[in-house]
Design a protein around this ligand. Structure first.
Ligand code: ATP
Ligand code: MG
Length: 328
């Protein structure tokens, strides 16, 4: 069975982009593939964060993944910081990654808006930790949204370089993105991707939003000049985003969906309705799980043990390959 690895940061409320670009695919994959899904809390430390809130969000994010359909009895669902091999391997990989290649990462540029001087070192090096997250599990495939393309390329480069220098140690993973929904844009700024940390409350559709709120956000979505409905992400990013969302929610292609519309208004209404129906079971499932969060939390120990067993084997290989003395 092929091994799949992916993760999500506990950096805020999970939104429609996370769901369509990543989470939904993980749920579909879990029965046919050996899936390892991680709530990557160490990555959340790359920007300032309130400790109590981080802890609460880590549990909330886990609950939401279960509500979305990830079954901790079927896949290996775990919290990154529960498996100490992640930062350990990351340090080893930092010794094969270069400053130049990390400096090219656009997410560092985007997220260090207040300037490089005050940015945390961890924000600069976290793509290496991400490579460790993946390589520890001998993952064959990493299903992620389109924004992760550059980081995954770095992960593959690091794995290839390590294998070349120190002998075959890591599986070099393939990267996959959903055919439709790999890059959902902010409803208020359709040239920027929807993000947990973007602070664009009206532009971000949360998986747990009430139906009335979802309806309002779509009604107010920024569209483009003109009135014609066509799928043209460059010229009509707002409309293209709505078409992409409606297509992803209903299992169609954006240009096919466009043919059914001649007005923006009805496109907005139908997209809102499709999204409300798509997310309804997740919202209802979450409400149920949230009444007894300890039940889900109790599964995290098992997840960490399963993940840790695999991770320990890979780390031992990497230690040996790079020349670290075993304890004996
Ligand atoms: P942050 O702003 O804190 O980075 P995020 O919204 O980018 O949060 P992540 O936790 O970084 O979310 O990413 C989790 C998964 O969701 C990744 O696979 C990522 O590619 C995917 N993803 C994130 N945003 C989008 C989006 N707008 N459209 C499609 N997929 C997305
Ligand atoms: Mg992100």
């Amino acid at each position: 069975m092929a091994r799949v690895l992916s993760g999500i940061q506990p950096t805020g409320d999970i939104h429609l982009g996370n769901y369509l670009g990543a989470v939904r695919g993980w749920v579909d994959d879990q029965h046919a593939q050996d899936s390892f899904i991680s709530v990557v809390d160490l990555h959340a430390l790359t920007v300032p964060r309130d400790p109590a809130e981080l802890r609460a969000r880590t549990l909330e994010t886990t609950l939401l993944l279960v509500a979305a359909g990830l079954d901790p009895e079927v896949c290996t669902l775990f919290v990154q910081s529960h498996v100490h091999e992640h930062p350990e391997l990351s340090w080893i990989l930092e010794s094969v990654a270069s400053m130049g290649e990390l400096r090219r990462m656009t997410q560092f540029k985007d997220k260090s808006k207040d300037g490089e001087e005050s940015a945390r070192v961890a924000l600069f090096t976290y793509p290496v930790l991400q490579a460790a997250d993946i390589l520890l599990y001998d993952a064959d495939r990493v299903p992620v949204g389109d924004d992760q393309r550059q980081h995954l390329e770095l992960c593959r480069d690091i794995a290839l370089r390590f294998n070349h220098r120190y002998g075959d140690t890591f599986v070099v993973p393939d990267v996959t993105h959903p055919g439709v929904g790999a890059r959902i844009m902010d409803l208020q700024r359709p040239t920027a991707k929807m993000s947990k940390s973007a602070e664009s409350p009206q532009g971000t559709v949360l998986v747990l939003d009430d139906p009335a709120v979802i309806e309002r956000k779509f009604k107010r979505a920024v569209t483009d000049a003109g009135t014609e409905v066509c799928f043209d992400p460059d010229k009509k990013p707002g409309v293209a985003n709505l078409l992409q969302i409606l297509a992803a929610a209903t299992g169609r292609r954006p240009d096919d969906v466009a043919e059914g519309y001649d007005r923006y208004g009805s496109l907005k209404t139908d997209t809102a309705e499709a999204v409300i129906e798509l997310l309804r079971p997740v919202r209802e499932g979450y409400a149920e799980l949230a009444s007894d969060p300890e039940a889900v939390r109790a599964t995290l120990g098992r997840g960490a043990a399963k993940a840790g067993a695999v991770a320990a084997g890979t780390l031992a290989r990497a230690r040996e390959a790079i020349g670290l003395l075993s304890r004996g």
